[in-house]
Design a protein around this ligand. Structure first.
Ligand SMILES: [Fe+2]
Length: 203
Protein backbone atom coordinates (compact mmCIF):
# COMPACT_ATOMS: atom_id res chain seq x y z
CA UNK A 1 0.00 0.00 0.00
CA UNK A 2 1.74 3.13 -1.15
CA UNK A 3 0.72 6.46 -2.44
CA UNK A 4 3.10 9.06 -3.75
CA UNK A 5 3.20 10.88 -0.39
CA UNK A 6 3.76 7.73 1.59
CA UNK A 7 6.38 6.51 -0.87
CA UNK A 8 8.16 9.84 -0.46
CA UNK A 9 8.23 9.31 3.29
CA UNK A 10 9.50 5.72 2.88
CA UNK A 11 12.27 7.03 0.62
CA UNK A 12 13.28 9.62 3.24
CA UNK A 13 13.48 6.96 5.94
CA UNK A 14 15.59 4.77 3.66
CA UNK A 15 17.98 7.67 3.09
CA UNK A 16 18.37 8.19 6.84
CA UNK A 17 18.96 4.48 7.44
CA UNK A 18 21.51 4.34 4.64
CA UNK A 19 23.36 7.14 6.37
CA UNK A 20 23.52 6.06 10.02
CA UNK A 21 23.04 3.16 12.43
CA UNK A 22 22.73 5.45 15.47
CA UNK A 23 19.23 5.08 16.92
CA UNK A 24 19.25 8.56 18.46
CA UNK A 25 20.21 10.18 15.16
CA UNK A 26 17.78 7.97 13.22
CA UNK A 27 14.80 8.95 15.38
CA UNK A 28 15.78 12.63 15.50
CA UNK A 29 16.01 12.74 11.71
CA UNK A 30 12.86 10.72 10.96
CA UNK A 31 10.62 12.78 13.27
CA UNK A 32 10.47 15.90 11.06
CA UNK A 33 9.70 13.81 7.99
CA UNK A 34 6.76 12.24 9.84
CA UNK A 35 5.62 15.69 10.95
CA UNK A 36 5.71 16.83 7.33
CA UNK A 37 3.72 13.78 6.17
CA UNK A 38 1.01 14.56 8.73
CA UNK A 39 1.03 18.30 8.07
CA UNK A 40 0.78 17.71 4.33
CA UNK A 41 -2.68 16.22 4.64
CA UNK A 42 -1.75 12.64 3.75
CA UNK A 43 -4.85 10.43 4.00
CA UNK A 44 -4.67 6.76 4.93
CA UNK A 45 -6.89 4.43 2.86
CA UNK A 46 -10.16 3.49 4.62
CA UNK A 47 -9.11 -0.11 5.36
CA UNK A 48 -6.12 1.20 7.35
CA UNK A 49 -8.17 3.34 9.73
CA UNK A 50 -10.77 0.78 10.75
CA UNK A 51 -11.04 0.19 14.50
CA UNK A 52 -11.95 -3.14 16.01
CA UNK A 53 -14.36 -3.77 18.85
CA UNK A 54 -11.87 -6.23 20.35
CA UNK A 55 -8.54 -4.45 20.63
CA UNK A 56 -6.30 -1.95 18.93
CA UNK A 57 -5.21 -2.85 15.41
CA UNK A 58 -1.73 -2.89 13.84
CA UNK A 59 -2.01 -2.51 10.08
CA UNK A 60 1.24 -2.80 8.12
CA UNK A 61 1.79 0.14 5.79
CA UNK A 62 5.30 -0.95 4.84
CA UNK A 63 7.72 -3.63 6.01
CA UNK A 64 11.28 -3.34 4.71
CA UNK A 65 12.33 -6.48 2.80
CA UNK A 66 15.19 -7.02 5.25
CA UNK A 67 12.90 -6.35 8.27
CA UNK A 68 15.15 -3.45 9.28
CA UNK A 69 12.16 -1.20 9.78
CA UNK A 70 8.40 -1.08 9.49
CA UNK A 71 5.64 1.47 9.15
CA UNK A 72 2.35 0.86 10.92
CA UNK A 73 -1.11 2.35 11.13
CA UNK A 74 -2.19 1.72 14.74
CA UNK A 75 -5.90 2.17 15.42
CA UNK A 76 -7.48 2.29 18.88
CA UNK A 77 -11.23 2.33 19.21
CA UNK A 78 -12.69 4.72 21.77
CA UNK A 79 -11.50 3.80 25.25
CA UNK A 80 -9.09 1.04 24.19
CA UNK A 81 -5.68 0.81 25.80
CA UNK A 82 -2.55 -1.26 25.55
CA UNK A 83 -0.94 -3.18 28.37
CA UNK A 84 2.34 -1.75 29.64
CA UNK A 85 4.83 -2.95 27.06
CA UNK A 86 8.31 -2.51 25.65
CA UNK A 87 9.52 -2.40 22.06
CA UNK A 88 13.26 -3.16 22.18
CA UNK A 89 13.85 -1.12 19.05
CA UNK A 90 13.70 2.53 18.12
CA UNK A 91 10.34 4.05 17.28
CA UNK A 92 8.78 7.33 16.16
CA UNK A 93 5.06 7.95 16.59
CA UNK A 94 2.87 10.52 14.86
CA UNK A 95 -0.79 11.15 15.67
CA UNK A 96 -2.89 10.98 12.53
CA UNK A 97 -6.26 11.57 14.18
CA UNK A 98 -7.74 11.64 17.66
CA UNK A 99 -5.39 11.79 20.61
CA UNK A 100 -3.61 9.36 22.91
CA UNK A 101 -2.47 9.42 26.50
CA UNK A 102 0.99 7.91 26.84
CA UNK A 103 1.90 6.61 30.32
CA UNK A 104 5.64 6.04 30.54
CA UNK A 105 7.83 3.97 32.89
CA UNK A 106 11.56 3.72 33.39
CA UNK A 107 12.89 0.66 31.62
CA UNK A 108 13.68 -1.92 34.30
CA UNK A 109 17.02 -3.70 34.28
CA UNK A 110 16.89 -7.25 32.96
CA UNK A 111 17.26 -8.68 36.47
CA UNK A 112 15.03 -6.12 38.21
CA UNK A 113 12.27 -7.20 40.56
CA UNK A 114 9.40 -5.13 41.96
CA UNK A 115 7.08 -2.46 40.64
CA UNK A 116 7.91 -0.33 37.63
CA UNK A 117 8.88 3.30 38.23
CA UNK A 118 6.46 5.78 36.60
CA UNK A 119 8.12 8.31 34.31
CA UNK A 120 5.25 10.65 33.51
CA UNK A 121 2.24 10.97 31.26
CA UNK A 122 1.54 13.05 28.22
CA UNK A 123 -1.37 13.53 25.83
CA UNK A 124 -0.39 13.58 22.16
CA UNK A 125 -2.77 15.15 19.67
CA UNK A 126 -3.32 15.13 15.93
CA UNK A 127 -0.25 16.22 14.03
CA UNK A 128 2.16 15.77 16.94
CA UNK A 129 5.18 13.50 16.66
CA UNK A 130 7.23 11.89 19.44
CA UNK A 131 10.19 9.57 19.67
CA UNK A 132 8.50 6.84 21.69
CA UNK A 133 11.35 4.46 21.83
CA UNK A 134 15.03 3.91 21.94
CA UNK A 135 16.29 0.62 23.26
CA UNK A 136 17.08 2.14 26.66
CA UNK A 137 13.75 3.99 27.04
CA UNK A 138 10.80 2.18 25.52
CA UNK A 139 8.28 1.17 28.19
CA UNK A 140 4.78 2.64 28.15
CA UNK A 141 1.10 2.05 27.85
CA UNK A 142 -1.20 3.97 25.54
CA UNK A 143 -4.83 4.94 26.11
CA UNK A 144 -7.14 6.31 23.43
CA UNK A 145 -8.44 9.67 24.66
CA UNK A 146 -11.68 11.34 23.72
CA UNK A 147 -14.75 10.21 21.84
CA UNK A 148 -13.26 9.27 18.47
CA UNK A 149 -10.82 6.51 17.54
CA UNK A 150 -7.13 7.29 17.88
CA UNK A 151 -4.96 6.59 14.85
CA UNK A 152 -1.18 6.76 14.85
CA UNK A 153 1.41 6.34 12.11
CA UNK A 154 4.33 4.55 13.78
CA UNK A 155 7.84 3.93 12.45
CA UNK A 156 9.86 1.16 14.12
CA UNK A 157 13.42 -0.07 13.76
CA UNK A 158 12.42 -3.66 12.98
CA UNK A 159 9.44 -5.76 12.00
CA UNK A 160 7.36 -4.80 15.04
CA UNK A 161 4.66 -7.38 14.27
CA UNK A 162 6.95 -10.39 14.43
CA UNK A 163 9.39 -9.54 17.24
CA UNK A 164 9.08 -11.04 20.71
CA UNK A 165 8.61 -8.17 23.16
CA UNK A 166 7.97 -7.74 26.87
CA UNK A 167 4.73 -6.75 28.52
CA UNK A 168 4.78 -5.80 32.19
CA UNK A 169 2.56 -5.86 35.21
CA UNK A 170 3.52 -2.40 36.51
CA UNK A 171 2.45 -3.27 40.07
CA UNK A 172 4.75 -6.28 40.37
CA UNK A 173 7.24 -5.88 37.51
CA UNK A 174 6.30 -9.33 36.25
CA UNK A 175 7.24 -9.75 32.59
CA UNK A 176 5.56 -11.75 29.85
CA UNK A 177 6.82 -12.07 26.31
CA UNK A 178 4.44 -11.57 23.41
CA UNK A 179 4.36 -11.12 19.65
CA UNK A 180 1.76 -8.59 18.56
CA UNK A 181 1.31 -9.95 15.05
CA UNK A 182 -0.08 -7.97 12.17
CA UNK A 183 -3.72 -7.25 11.45
CA UNK A 184 -4.99 -7.67 7.92
CA UNK A 185 -6.59 -4.45 6.67
CA UNK A 186 -8.66 -6.48 4.21
CA UNK A 187 -10.05 -8.85 6.85
CA UNK A 188 -12.27 -6.52 8.86
CA UNK A 189 -13.39 -7.89 12.21
CA UNK A 190 -13.34 -11.54 11.13
CA UNK A 191 -9.78 -12.14 12.30
CA UNK A 192 -10.14 -10.45 15.67
CA UNK A 193 -10.97 -13.45 17.80
CA UNK A 194 -8.34 -15.65 16.16
CA UNK A 195 -5.69 -12.99 16.65
CA UNK A 196 -6.70 -12.45 20.27
CA UNK A 197 -6.46 -16.19 20.94
CA UNK A 198 -3.07 -16.29 19.30
CA UNK A 199 -1.86 -13.44 21.50
CA UNK A 200 -3.12 -15.22 24.62
CA UNK A 201 -1.29 -18.39 23.64
CA UNK A 202 1.95 -16.51 23.22
CA UNK A 203 1.69 -15.09 26.67
FE1 LIG B 1 4.07 1.12 22.23
Amino acid sequence: MTTQELQGFIDEVELVLADTDDQYEITERIAPHLSALLAGGYRLPPEFVRPSATRHQNYPLYIAPDDRWSLVSVVWNVGQRTPVHGHEMWGVVGIYSGSEREIRYLKPAADAVGPLTPAGEQVWRRGEVTVCCTTDDDVHSVVAEGDEPTIGIHVYGGNIGTMSRPSYDPATGEVHRFVSGWDDPAAGDQQDSAAAEHLTELR
